[in-house]
Design a protein around this ligand. Structure first.
Ligand code: MN
Length: 195
């Protein structure tokens, strides 16, 4: 039995960059529906009491479990996304993570360019990520529910670029949402905690 985690802040906390209305729909409807769907699919199966991570691993690459993978991975991705945001976020990372970004991308600006490009060019629904891959930081993007978890990468941060993540606040202006995320919301402390 999977459960919908609470948001780690009030639904008004990210306004105006992400409105209360967006968070109410995105967490209270979209994220909640993935939980309901996944629970319906694992009910009375050997995965009924499995952890979310074990369900994702069991369903990944199994065509018969594509629906379960999509819903379970979306639960994980969304919880990770809420934690990637902070009411006091945004700007450049310091500390060890800042040094790692300078070392692996060349500079914060180079990281930012790569992240904005990935998030902007993910065609249709999906996600952009900062990951650690083979000991190096990298930017990647995934389609639909796909997650770096099943690609042997360690996720550090994500942004949801499904239209439901930004359409109420930004309509078609996905780049404005991506820049608002980087300037005002990105939670570098969470990213560093994942290293
Ligand atoms: Mn979403």
């Amino acid at each position: 039995m999977l459960t919908l985690p609470d948001l780690p802040y009030a639904a008004t906390a990210l306004d105006p960059h992400i409105s209360e209305r967006t968070l109410e729909f995105h967490h209270g409807k979209h994220h909640a529906t993935y939980v309901t769907n996944a629970n319906n699919m694992i009910k009375d199966t050997p995965l009924a009491d499995a952890s979310l991570e074990d369900i994702i691993a069991a369903a990944a690459g199994d065509a018969d479990k594509a629906g379960l993978f999509n819903n379970a991975a979306q639960i994980w991705n969304h919880t990770f996304f809420w934690n990637s945001l902070s009411p006091s976020g945004g700007g450049q990372p310091g500390g060890d993570l800042g040094k790692r970004i300078d070392a692996d991308f060349g500079s914060y600006d180079k990281f930012r360019e790569a992240f904005v490009t990935a998030a902007t060019t993910q065609f249709g629904s999906g996600w952009a990520w900062l990951v650690e891959d083979g000991g190096k930081l990298a930017v990647t993007k995934t389609a639909n529910a796909a997650t770096p978890l099943t690609a042997g990468q360690k996720p550090l941060l994500t942004i949801d670029v499904w239209e439901h993540a930004y359409y109420l606040d930004y309509q078609n202006r996905r780049p404005d949402f991506i820049n608002a995320y980087l300037d005002n919301l990105v939670n570098w402390e969470f990213a560093e905690s994942n290293l």
